[in-house]
Ligand binder design. Structure first.
Ligand SMILES: [Ca+2]
Length: 303
């Protein structure tokens, strides 16, 4: 499954060089029964906003629908798994408009979920400063967070109207697909990074030893005011890792035990090559690592 993956997408807590393998070390997985149980608990949890006011909620950015030329095309820095099997090395993927959180999910945001639900998270996920991106979260942890967040938003009268209206129309809180993530990161002009074509240490956290608080890098050149799409921490997506071409119809077929899940954006210890908007990482769903986090999306129902 890892054939063609970038040769380095790992890292350690101290940012030391990593082996040329995908981050598959997270052998421990939450069994499906654990997720089912947790979701059952969430279904009967007390209203999370009943006391103490709103937990820290995402700030949503509107991503306009477009047909994405997905993939790295002829970028000489691209890994094989970023190229479509086409003459251009890209493929057209229509993406409906959606909302994406401006920042990676923070320790404070994930902590609100953990407190409200009693979710058994990795202690290190909640040990860092509240404005850092949450890490040590598995794909399963991230999906559980999205389900809780949707419930929380639905039960919060003071949720923003743009959120209430979309939830009423059948939208859901999800991890973004990798096509949604890529469109949000680079728009439709083929840029290599969210801000342009050259690596810029003033635009992202990379080549360093740890993450920075979310939203620290202003980016006037970015098409959308999204923070840390490149760098800081890898971001889980809802897409199982499969060779291109990507199709939304395939997006739920990779649920077998050994599936890897795509993560995007690179992390604080990576070189700029892995921060490119088309670079694809992957990890097992149970992997909890110091360099993997996520951000959430509010997406329309599948048609
Ligand atoms: Ca990131």
């Amino acid at each position: 499954m890892d054939r063609g993956l970038p040769e380095s997408r790992g890292g350690t807590m101290n940012g030391s060089p990593t082996t040329p393998q995908p981050p598959r070390a997270g052998r421990r997985r939450l069994p499906a029964a654990a997720l089912t149980l947790a979701l059952a608990v969430m279904g009967t949890m007390r209203a999370p906003m009943a006391q103490g006011g709103l937990p820290p909620m995402p700030e949503w950015i509107d991503v306009a629908g477009a047909t994405l030329a997905m993939g790295a095309g002829t970028d000489p820095e691209a890994y094989d798994n970023e190229r479509w099997p086409s003459a251009t090395g890209t493929g057209p993927v229509p993406v409906a408009g959606f909302l994406l959180a401006r920042t990676e999910t923070t320790v404070a945001q994930f902590g609100a979920f953990a407190v409200a639900t009693g979710w058994r998270s990795e202690p290190r996920a909640l040990a860092e400063a509240p404005d850092l991106p949450v890490t040590f979260v598995s794909w399963t942890d991230a999906v559980a967070y999205t389900r809780w967040l949707e419930r929380a938003l639905r039960s919060t009268p003071s949720a923003p109207a743009v959120v209430r209206d979309r939830l009423a129309a059948g939208w859901h809180v999800r991890l973004p697909t990798e096509a949604q993530w890529e469109l949000a990161a680079r728009a439709t002009d083929g840029r290599r990074y969210p801000w342009g074509n050259e690596a810029r240490p003033d635009r992202a956290t990379y080549n360093t030893t740890g993450p920075t608080p979310v939203g620290q890098h202003p980016c006037p050149e970015c098409v959308l005011p999204l923070a840390d799409m490149s760098g800081n921490v890898w971001e889980w997506t809802s897409s199982p890792y499969q060779p291109y071409p990507f199709t939304a119809a395939d997006d739920r077929t990779g649920l077998e035990a050994d599936a890897l899940w795509v993560m995007r954006g690179g992390h604080f210890g990576d070189p700029p090559r892995l921060l490119r908007a088309t670079a694809r990482g992957a990890a097992e769903p149970g992997a909890r690592r110091a360099f993997i986090g996520f951000r959430v999306a509010l997406v329309p129902p599948a048609r």
